[in-house]
Design a protein around this ligand. Structure first.
Ligand SMILES: N[C@@H](CCC(=O)N[C@@H](CS)C(=O)NCC(=O)O)C(=O)O
Length: 220
């Protein structure tokens, strides 16, 4: 039986998992749940949250636990200790960035002035630090950790795509991140997935509904 990802009909926390499975060529069922369907499904999930990954008898909640499981299974955790450390650091640093974005744009309680401050000051600084870390990969290969793909690349790719779509001016200044993004998107199975209709179009849910990659952020 094919493995299954259960998640909302958005990219969100499931997208790095989808990108990984696509890239390694594993066929999977991508069960996309609408907001309306969710209340009926919630109680059947381990923590009342998604994503949930299933493979036969194995059921894994928590997106990072799933990511690490798939990383172990498909040899995507780094080829040596230095790469494994860079992989972990990359995952954590992008997780912090993603939490800041979610708190800023996904929460009704965030004020407009806090959103402005994030976009003008904090976000460029966070991304510049991430870019510097990427460029310091000693291998010089177009990956975040060592000279082969790791789970960090799928996590970073998904979040960089959000920057490219929603903050294009900022993205043009982040030449290193652009280079990674362009090279990674040319991997044959990734390219096929990006062009496919099976991919959800929305990035995530904001307080007023779905947020799309090319929708500019509302900061005023
Ligand atoms: N730490 C969890 C967080 C999961 C989570 O917050 N999922 C959200 C969607 S992104 C959810 O299921 N929300 C529905 C709800 O809370 O009712 C993970 O990384 O998987």
């Amino acid at each position: 039986m094919k493995p299954r990802i259960l998640y909302f009909d958005i990219r969100g926390r499931a997208e790095p998992l989808r990108l990984l499975l696509e890239d390694v060529g594993v066929e999977f069922t991508d069960h996309q749940v609408t907001l309306e369907q969710w209340p009926e499904i919630r109680d059947s999930t381990p923590f009342g949250r998604m994503p949930v990954y299933s493979e036969g008898e194995l059921e894994i909640p928590e997106s990072f636990a799933i990511m690490h499981y798939l990383g172990r299974k498909h040899g995507l955790l780094g080829a040596d200790e230095a790469a494994r450390v860079r992989c972990d650091v990359t995952i954590e640093a992008w997780r912090d960035y993603s939490n800041r974005v979610a708190n800023t744009f996904g929460a009704l309680s965030t004020s407009q002035s806090a959103r402005e401050a994030f976009v003008e000051t904090e976000q460029p600084a966070l991304l510049a630090d991430l870019e510097a870390f990427y460029l310091a990969n000693p291998s010089g290969a177009p990956f975040w950790a060592g000279d082969s793909p790791t789970i960090a690349d799928y996590a970073a790719f998904h979040l960089i795509e959000g920057v490219a779509g929603r903050f294009p001016e900022l993205f043009t200044r982040l030449v290193g991140l652009q280079k990674f993004y362009e090279q990674f998107s040319q991997r044959p199975r990734i390219r096929a997935y990006l062009a496919s209709s099976r991919r959800p179009t929305a990035l995530f849910y904001g307080p007023n509904g779905k947020i799309y990659p090319h929708e500019p952020p509302k900061v005023d």
